[in-house]
Design a protein around this ligand. Structure first.
Ligand code: TXA
Ligand code: MG
Length: 453
């Protein structure tokens, strides 16, 4: 029975690694460094990871040190095969909860992390390979995922090591989606031996973290999404239901999958770092304030009342730039908006204009800088660009033609991020979850969608 189930676990095929000499040599060097218990940053389809052998106590401890990560925030283990997964679990293949089988088949390799129990059970055979204590930060469970990026898979295969890898940013900063972001945060003096450059990450937000909650005797148990990410809760639900799990809907007609914050909250969970991004500050720029905004259409003239009109974009921005000294000072505001909104606000704007300042009618000391999040109808584009946009504005050099003060830049005064549609589920939910954290949970503000000026 079990053998038949496991045989059904066929994984998707992925793109192959380029065979050029540079890639081959870089992979070999990176794998050798990992075997020597060094830290190597590598690309995944979600974000760049800071990798180390998950079997090495010293290497996994060094990850926390390099990132400035609190020691109670556990790491995700990256694997390249089901055999590697089974080698890490007490009880091996039999320890994979059956409800995970369809998820593994559909989403691995890919942006889904699954939580597996590790608690020692006298009746189960010990795992073939023992995870270093720092990986789980003392928890009786481990988060595991099989990444889809060909370089990540090749690196795990070549080193023959499960790789513990958090996102390769300094703790609390936006996650890195290019090798340059990693270099900026961790390049100097942090003990990172190498960065494997695989270009831009295609997904751009981190993996979805899913936990199976065992039911009481005779009950089916349930799935909880602890962090929304590259795979949506709707996709997860559809997948398990199709496979015959969780087919009975709750009496209130609610989703069968519980999503953290949407369907449940727990102060106990929030006190622990096991609900990713809850206990600790996340995704925060250093130099610039982030505010979430929602463009709204003017009400039709029959219902309109001047008292209820939201402010224009410029009126929304102005209070954030006060108080200013008697002499006007230049201000810069980053606009992380969808292409549709940019085109409505600035009719002469086209997507090819990307980074150049927008015409700013008045005051002339205000520069509006666009960072298009792609089309509102394709939130995967916003997912890919969110962290890069926050980093871009936060590190912007001074605007007066002078050299930037140090490599850090001075940032802009304010970054406005447009709220995406979340009703339909999908990756827009994950983007907004990150954007809200970057904004420190501050209120979302409406402004009137219409030409500026
Ligand atoms: O896409 C990703 O997941 C990226 C790439 C590099 O794979 N990694 C990533 O790692 O985002 P990190 O450390 O930034 O976030 C992992 C989250 C942590 O916030 C942690 O709380 C949660 O996963 N986690 C790890 N082990 C867990 C466990 N045993 N139970 C519950 N949550 C766990
Ligand atoms: Mg992270």
């Amino acid at each position: 029975m079990l053998a038949r189930k496991m045989a059904a676990l066929l994984l998707k095929t992925t793109a192959t690694v380029p065979q050029d000499a540079l890639t081959t040599a870089s992979l070999a060097t990176a794998a050798a460094l990992l075997v020597q218990e060094q830290l190597v940053s590598f690309p995944t389809e979600t974000v760049y990871g800071l990798g180390a052998s998950a079997l090495s106590a010293s290497a996994t401890e060094a990850i926390y040190h390099a990132k400035g990560r609190p020691s109670d925030n556990p790491l995700i283990v990256h694997i390249s095969s089901l055999a590697m997964l089974h080698s890490l679990l007490p009880g091996g293949a039999a320890a994979v909860p059956p409800i995970y089988h369809p998820l593994i088949t559909q989403f691995w390799p890919g942006p889904l992390s699954l939580i597996f129990p590790l608690s020692p059970d006298q009746h189960l055979p010990a795992p073939e390979r023992t995870l270093a204590p720092a990986v789980t930060a003392g928890l009786p469970s481990v988060a595991i995922r099989m990444p889809q990026h060909p370089l990540a898979l090749a690196l795990i295969q070549l080193s023959n090591l499960p790789l513990a890898a958090p996102s390769a940013n300094l703790s609390s900063r936006p996650s890195p989606t290019t090798a340059e972001h990693v270099q900026f945060d961790l390049g100097e003096g942090r003990g990172v031996a190498a960065i494997l450059d695989g270009g831009e990450c295609t997904v751009g937000v981190e993996s979805t973290v899913v936990d199976f909650v065992q039911g009481k005797e005779g009950e089916e148990g349930s799935l909880r999404v602890l962090r929304v990410g590259g795979v949506s809760a709707e996709e997860i639900e559809a997948c398990v239901v199709r496979a015959g799990f969780l087919t009975s809907r709750g009496e209130d007609g609610r989703s069968r999958i519980q999503v953290y914050q949407r369907d449940f909250k727990s102060s106990e969970l929030e006190a622990k770092p096991t609900t990713p991004g809850m206990k600790y500050k996340h995704y925060a720029p250093t130099n610039s304030r982030v505010v979430l905004v929602r463009p709204v259409a003017a009400p039709s003239s029959s219902t309109s009342s001047a008292n209820h009109l939201p402010p224009s974009l410029l009126d929304l921005i102005t209070p954030f730039l006060l108080p200013s000294p008697p002499a006007p000072v230049p201000h810069r505001v980053g606009l992380m908006f969808t292409s549709e909104t940019l085109a409505t606000l600035f009719p002469s704007w086209t997507p090819t204009d990307s980074g150049s300042p927008l015409p700013s009618p008045s005051p002339s000391t205000l520069s509006l800088l666009p960072y298009p999040l792609g089309s509102a109808s394709r939130p995967s584009e916003a997912a890919q660009r969110l962290f890069a946009g926050l980093r871009h504005f936060d590190q912007l050099p001074t605007g007066d033609g002078e050299e930037a003060r140090g490599s850090e830049g001075v940032g802009v005064d304010l970054i406005l991020v447009e709220c995406l549609e979340e009703e339909d589920g999908g990756v827009g939910v994950a983007v907004m979850e990150r954007a809200r954290k970057a904004a420190g949970g501050s209120r979302e503000l409406e402004f009137l969608r219409g030409p500026v000026g």
